[in-house]
Ligand binder design. Sequence first.
Ligand SMILES: [Zn+2]
Length: 78
Amino acid sequence: MPTYRFQEVPLYANKTVPCAGGCGKKLRRQRKFAQTLNPFNKDAEGRPKTSQQIQAELSQQAKEWKSAPETCDACFVA
Ligand SMILES: [Zn+2]
């Protein structure tokens, strides 16, 4: 069975936010968002997504992630 390799469209995001636990620590987070360009990755109309569509979706996801609060390990267990 052949292996198909699809082109990945990645987006790397990082943020620095104050800990939501209230300890005053600044938390740095990094995250990668990615989708692959492939015939099965379709948009709402059933057409394969273009890299532009994927990038727009990834930047929307990154934007939501960036506005989400983070809690440091110490505050999380407390
Ligand atoms: Zn904390």
